[in-house]
Write a protein that binds this ligand. Structure first.
Ligand SMILES: NC(=O)c1ccc[n+]([C@@H]2O[C@H](COP(=O)([O-])OP(=O)(O)OC[C@H]3O[C@@H](n4cnc5c(N)ncnc54)[C@H](OP(=O)(O)O)[C@@H]3O)[C@@H](O)[C@H]2O)c1
Length: 345
């Protein structure tokens, strides 16, 4: 007998995790252009926690179901969908639609990319937004080159660790701010840790590097933080600001202040730049759609082996099959010294 109802997690009003409720309701019906996905795994991201706790007042409207990153099986097609087939495994990435904390979710077919068979759904779901954000920020927004130095704020976080792992693969010299208890992790990922709670990171970077870093990746935001990140740059450096974790302490005013500060920094004629960051609703989403064409099993065993070599150091041994997952998803050119940028984008 066909399943008629399903369960989903609902945020009935803004607040802590204790507010989350599980409701049973009729299966959602896909509209034209949509696909109903039977969930296998959902990611829990910083964004999910921010919207649940009310960091962006009024958005999304309550009640809502969080869950941006999803992996599941195509269950039903809406009218006009021809890009995927029932039974196919798919992943949904950077989209503000959410809805992933559920047994079934409807997503636009254009937001879904195929997941190769045999890939663990829980590992696949970890790779979407964080690695894509890190990849685009490193190779498109900041255009880093081997041998350059970068400073990553929130280095022990989801995007931060992805930046360090991809940065190491690109041959960068890495520095990362994190709380003391995360320094072991940051060091293990190949970066010099800086305790942002007790140290002045601008001074520390100057002491460690002499003239500063080539790029700073700042998900914290706020006028003072962005100005200090800018000061940590050497001439010609790029400040990549992507989001506002600082709203947790300083509230919503961080957003306009960060935007103004970024704009002001672009006016300083000192050779440094503050390019626009990858946003989930814009460039990142377009990239994700393009990934659907490229994220396929490697074409030859040689390129697969090469991809594997490149990507193996991405994750600790305990979850080394996530590296296999990536290797299988990315079709890397066998001889490219810059495998990731050429393959993913
Ligand atoms: N494309 C996009 O725009 C995009 C995509 C994904 C995520 N994001 C945003 O990026 C931010 C980080 O996401 P995430 O998933 O990496 O979060 P996460 O896993 O929760 O990590 C956040 C980290 O920030 C650190 N932190 C907090 N205040 C800090 C400060 N003043 N200086 C340095 N580090 C600080 C914490 O480090 P300690 O625990 O070591 O103190 C924590 O590990 C969020 O705002 C998220 O919304 C944006």
């Amino acid at each position: 007998m066909e399943q008629a109802t399903h369960h989903r997690v609902v945020v009935p009003r803004r607040g802590g995790p204790e507010l989350l409720e599980v409701v049973e309701e009729e299966l959602p019906e896909p509209r034209a252009g949509e696909v109903r996905v039977k969930m296998l795994a959902a990611g829990v991201s910083a964004y999910d926690l921010m919207v649940r706790s009310g960091r962006f007042p009024g958005f999304p409207r309550v009640p809502f179901t969080p869950g941006v990153d999803i992996v599941g099986v195509v269950d039903k097609l809406g009218e006009g969908v021809a890009t995927v087939e029932p039974g196919q495994r798919v992943a949904g990435g950077p989209s503000l639609a959410g809805g992933g904390y559920a047994e079934f979710v409807c997503r636009s077919a254009s937001e879904l990319v195929p997941v190769p068979p045999g890939v663990d759904p829980a590992q696949a779901v970890c790779l979407a937004t964080n690695y894509l954000t890190a990849h685009v920020a490193l190779h498109q927004t900041a255009s880093v080159h081997s041998g350059q130095r970068i400073l990553v704020h929130g280095a022990a976080g989801g995007v931060g660790t992805a930046l360090l792992e991809l940065g190491k693969l690109a041959g960068l010299e890495l520095y990362g701010t994190a709380s003391k208890h995360n320094h072991e992790l940051v060091s293990a990922l190949g970066a010099t840790p800086i305790d942002y709670r007790t140290e002045d990171f601008v001074e520390r970077i100057r002491r460690l590097t002499g003239d500063g870093v080539d790029a700073v990746f700042d998900p914290i935001g706020g006028a003072r933080q962005l100005w200090r990140s800018y000061r940590a740059l050497r001439n010609g450096g790029r400040l990549v600001w992507f989001r506002v974790a600082a709203t947790s302490k300083a509230g919503m005013r961080v957003i306009p202040l960060s935007l103004l500060t970024r704009f002001g920094l672009t006016l300083i004629p000192d050779g440094k730049r503050a390019p626009m960051p990858p946003m989930p609703g814009g460039m990142l989403r377009q990239r994700w759609r393009r990934c659907s064409i490229r994220w396929q099993p490697a074409r030859s065993s040689r390129s697969w082996r090469n991809a594997y070599r490149w990507l193996r150091p991405l994750v600790p041994t305990s979850c080394s099959s996530a590296a296999d997952t990536l290797a299988r998803w990315l079709s890397l050119p066998a001889h490219s010294p810059l495998g990731p940028p050429l393959s993913l984008c």
